[in-house]
Design a protein around this ligand. Structure first.
Ligand code: TEU
Length: 628
């Protein structure tokens, strides 16, 4: 689409919107949510409808404002894609094929991370080295041999910086200081040496969308209008008589996205907690402080970073009000103005050049709300190496706080799509922000061990770079919280207060919190489980297999028998070939591999290879066959 046509996005045809990476992501997501086949959009009849006509058909639900904002996003998508080709043309139509090649074939320079297995440590609940109840850096050092033996190549360490701890360290007060609860810089240096001497790598968590309100920059910004730091944050002057926030955005952690400071007559934006104030990335001085801080850590020898909500850093010019309809669907208002802001690609590129590239540092961005096609742009040369998508974490129509049993058939559908569009994706099922996946799939808990092993198999054999969250390798499941006083996460407590405030009966409000609270993943790892643990053995064996067989890290992927419910089957092929077969449900199902040429059982999450029942797959069983 030529740039002259840009202004016409507000009345573009569905067919053209679908060719735009942003448009395609939004349409794909909506179709998946409603369980509608792609054909509805790709058929010539619907394809020729315009946005305006669709808005009319919606009977007023789709407002003019919505159309305008959607058009703006499409323009961002168009520009992001054009910046890559240098041609002003929109991205080529994404393939959406069911087969895919490795990263190198996709035209990307493959770095060390393509073959690596990552492990996330959440330091406040990982390890306590001497049983004194203090989870710290020394505790982590004490577990390095365990991680090496497991087969880990790189550790991602959640924040350990000095912090008042409103959001478990994701509210940083001093980027260059270790929080005393974890130790000091000497402990950190020992940790880094310990990791490197074992041939592993370390990436740190980089929280640069916001800082703590106790950071000196913010303190200085509040102290006086002539402070150079005033421009470091999204600060607006307020009305004295009837103060109201500068726009209608809401925080992801409930309530308005603005703090009012009556003494200074100022408003400051916070997309997360009231103590996490958003930085103003429009400020070149702020950006160069951030880049200097990044280089400071890289000079110490860290190998890269996980970038917290990095897709939120660029906000739409003028901070316009958020659309009410989008706000209702998403649960918070304003997101269309910052989840892929107008200068996101530019800032990522600048940060790469100024900070990461000179050290060849690795980056993985956390990118909530971004779909697969836009992820592809974010991971294009000159930007990020990998991104964490979110779209596989909930079943269509569900949010994290809904009580339901997650259906793995959706994950299968999503992963097939992902393999076609973004084969070199960051692959993960758990982190510190989500309940334990086996509990989500089987809330009764009966099959959690089997599910843990099945997820291990998928993680180590599907295309992408696997990330394991602490305790996942031990088959950890959700906590048995009894009431709200057992919960400490700032997000959960904010939501609980909001629900009660709206008149939700207490038991119902608590059940919601129990379904989605991030505290499930944050309870201390139960190291007593590490001896003779079936899940741990699965992880060890499968990681070993992944390292022995190059087709698992770089092979071509083909999905088979896609239409069968509860059945997931795929081949990874390089010089040799492996076939994976999974039962995604709790009923026994028929194995279908006999139809193929002489598959030899190599591994099962249930039994030794010679004992594998080749005709039936047990509940949640996963298998690997050698294809000869
Ligand atoms: O998370 C950002 C994020 O959008 C979510 O994962 C978040 O937990 C939730 O879904 C909001 O509804 C990152 C960190 O991983 C998280 O721990 C922090 O709380 C958050 O950013 C703020 O720094």
């Amino acid at each position: 689409m030529k740039s002259a046509k840009t202004k016409n996005w507000a009345d573009a045809k569905i067919r053209d919107i679908y060719k735009n990476p942003m448009g395609r992501d939004i349409i794909d997501k909506s179709l998946m949510q409603m369980n509608i086949p792609d054909y509805l959009v790709t058929n010539p009849l619907t394809g020729s409808l315009s946005m305006k006509t669709m808005a009319t058909l919606s009977g007023g639900k789709v407002s003019k404002n919505f159309r305008f904002n959607f058009a703006r996003l499409l323009e961002t998508g168009e520009k992001a894609a054009a910046g890559l080709t240098g041609s002003g043309n929109a991205a080529e139509e994404p393939s959406g094929l069911t087969g895919s090649d490795d990263a190198a074939a996709a035209g990307k320079s493959a770095g060390w991370w393509v073959d690596a297995v990552f492990y996330q440590i959440y330091p406040r609940s990982f390890a306590d080295n001497d049983g004194d109840g203090r989870y710290n850096l020394r505790g982590i050092i004490g577990k390095l041999d365990y991680l090496k033996e497991l087969g880990i190549d790189c550790i991602w360490l959640s924040p350990i910086y000095d912090s008042p701890d409103d959001d478990n360290g994701y509210d940083i007060r001093d980027y260059r200081k270790i929080d005393t609860r974890y130790g000091d810089m000497a402990d950190f240096d020992n940790l880094l040496t310990g990791i490197h001497s074992r041939g592993m790598r370390l990436i740190m968590d980089l929280v640069i969308n916001h800082t703590s309100d106790e950071h000196v920059w913010f303190q200085s910004a509040l102290a006086g209008g002539d402070s150079p730091c005033r421009d470091y944050y999204l600060i607006r002057e307020g009305g004295v008589v009837r103060p109201h926030p500068p726009n209608n955005w809401t925080s992801l952690f409930s309530g308005p996205a603005w703090n009012h400071y009556p003494d200074q007559n100022l408003w400051a934006m916070h997309l997360f907690s009231k103590k996490q104030i958003d930085l103003n990335w429009e400020s070149p001085a702020m950006r160069s402080e951030i880049y200097a801080m990044i280089r400071w850590w890289l000079e110490k020898g860290v190998d890269g970073f996980r970038l917290d909500v990095v897709n939120f850093i660029s906000k739409a010019d003028g901070l316009p009000d958020g659309d009410t309809l989008i706000g209702e669907v998403m649960g918070y208002r304003g997101i269309e103005h910052y989840f892929f802001g107008p200068r996101l690609m530019q800032y990522l590129n600048e940060m790469r050049r100024e900070a990461f590239e000179p050290f060849q540092a690795f980056t993985v961005g956390e990118t909530p709300g971004v779909g697969l096609n836009m992820s592809k742009l974010l991971t294009s040369p000159g930007h990020l190496d990998l991104v964490f998508g979110f779209d596989h974490l909930e079943n269509p129509g569900k949010t994290r706080f809904d009580e339901y049993a997650y259906d793995l058939n959706f994950l299968k559908k999503y992963l097939i799509k992902q393999a076609g569009i973004l084969p070199d994706a960051a692959l993960y099922f758990e982190n510190h922000d989500n309940p334990r996946m086996p509990s989500k799939i089987d809330p009764s808990g009966r099959y959690c061990t089997e599910i843990s092993c099945l997820l291990a198999l998928m993680l180590m054999t599907l295309p992408g770079t696997p990330f394991i969250f602490q305790g996942q390798e031990l088959g950890e499941i959700n906590a048995d919280f009894k009431n709200i006083s057992d919960v400490s996460d700032v997000e959960s407590l904010g939501l609980y207060k909001e629900l009660i405030g709206k008149g939700t009966p207490e038991p119902e409000a608590f059940r919601k919190i129990l379904a989605g609270t991030r505290d499930h993943a944050r309870k201390p790892v139960d190291w007593g489980k590490a001896a003779e643990n079936q899940v741990l053995n699965c992880y060890k064996t499968l990681i070993k297999l992944r390292k022995q067989r190059s087709e698992l890290t770089g092979g071509k992927t083909t999905f088979l028998f896609i239409a069968y419910k509860d059945y997931f089957c795929y081949i990874r092929k390089g010089n040799s070939a492996l076939l994976m077969e999974c039962n995604l449900g709790k009923r026994k199902i028929k194995s279908r591999v006999k139809k193929l040429t002489r598959p030899a059982p190599l591994y099962s999450t249930y039994a030794a290879p010679h004992q594998i029942n080749t005709t039936v797959l047990q509940p949640y069983e996963g298998r690997v066959y050698e294809l000869v």
